[in-house]
Design a protein around this ligand. Structure first.
Ligand SMILES: C[S@@+](CC[C@H](N)C(=O)[O-])C[C@H]1O[C@@H](n2cnc3c(N)ncnc32)[C@H](O)[C@@H]1O
Length: 320
């Protein structure tokens, strides 16, 4: 992977854009801001040495559409609830929330509009955040979370991540959870929303691609089990209690009507974005890969495929 994505880059210091009416960022800020990207097959990808995230930048039009579609379908699968931790009342009164790997901000901006008394900080390795002047309670910072979270201890009432952990190997995930705990206030909540690294009831070509994807993840040290066992990682941390899990099943394919068809398109688009790495893992050329992808579409109506998502939440213990 280093050969595809690796290249050194520079760091920057804190920018003045990061101050708003609700929160003086200097109270919590500690580290490292980045920029830059590279283009592969007409899509922009980040360009940060040693970072293994392999999907395009969230501001790419197709990727933005994909993330927003997934965000909406997953939210609807939870009856419109944006999170599962019991923190609604606190958010109404005013709390500090961090969204790690916020991308263009589909979760963060939605939450910021819903809870105007709370302050929201989004961080991401790419500078693809959607600007919205109406939301005065939002800060965005560009930084690499593999360098740690650039905030002081106990800065947030809630730390949230969604669809981020494919960017980590097992060791990095453990460190990441430690960092989330560190920056969460005692009694505050940490929440993760991920999809499992497999489908259920899928067709043979989809299965072939999923197996290749898992091989790719394994090569870079990412355990495919991580995605469905975050509650165990939370428990193993030792400083998270009251852990809860909400599972959901998301249909993939036109067999499940328009929502299933939409989700199949998001899956299809991910496979296009993953072409640079999947081609190598499957040992096929461009034409063969494109042929496989076309078959994925037809499998969407034939097989009743689904994938599960896991919302895992837990509370930072009150005392160390
Ligand atoms: C699949 S997207 C999910 C975005 C968003 N959380 C959502 O659910 O819509 C993952 C995001 O994590 C970011 N990311 C990956 N590795 C990162 C790192 N080391 N530091 C900060 N952000 C990272 C990517 O740039 C991308 O925007």
């Amino acid at each position: 992977m280093g050969g595809v994505f690796g290249k050194p880059r520079r760091n920057q210091s804190l920018q003045t854009r990061s101050v708003n009416n609700h929160l003086d960022l200097n109270e919590i800020y500690k580290g490292d801001i980045l920029e830059d990207y590279r283009v592969i097959n007409g899509r922009r990808y980040h360009n940060v040495q040693d970072v293994q995230y392999f999907l395009p930048l969230a501001g790419e039009s197709k990727e933005k559409w994909r993330l927003e579609t997934v965000s909406t379908v997953w939210k609807n699968a939870h009856d419109g609830r944006r999170f599962s931790a019991p923190i609604h009342e606190k958010l109404k009164k005013g709390a500090r929330v961090l969204d790690v790997g916020c991308a263009a901000g589909s979760w963060l901006l939605d939450m910021a509009a819903l809870y105007p008394e709370s302050s929201f900080v989004g961080i991401d390795i790419s500078s693809e955040f959607t600007l919205d002047e109406k939301l005065e309670n939002v800060i965005y910072l560009q930084c690499n979370v593999l360098n740690g979270l650039p905030f002081h201890d106990s800065s947030f009432d809630m730390v949230y991540e969604r669809c981020l952990i494919s960017a980590f190997n097992k060791h990095q995930l453990i460190k990441f959870i430690e960092e989330c705990v560190r920056v969460t206030k005692p009694g505050g909540w940490i929440e993760s929303h991920e999809m499992e690294a497999k489908f259920r009831g899928e067709g043979p070509i989809t299965k072939k691609l999923i197996i290749a994807m898992n091989e790719f993840l394994k090569i870079k040290g990412t355990d495919a089990q991580m995605f469905s066992t975050m509650s165990e990682y939370f428990a193993a941390n030792g400083k998270i209690e009251n852990i809860g899990v909400e599972k959901n099943s998301i249909p993939v394919g036109s067999w499940a009507g328009s929502v299933g068809a939409l989700i199949l398109e998001t899956v299809y688009d991910s496979w296009i974005s993953l072409k640079p790495v999947m081609k190598i893992t499957l040992n096929v050329d461009d034409q063969e890969y494109d042929r496989l992808l076309e078959q994925i579409r037809s499998e969407g109506s034939k097989y009743k495929a689904t994938y599960r998502t896991y919302r895992v939440f837990g509370q930072k213990v009150e005392s160390n």
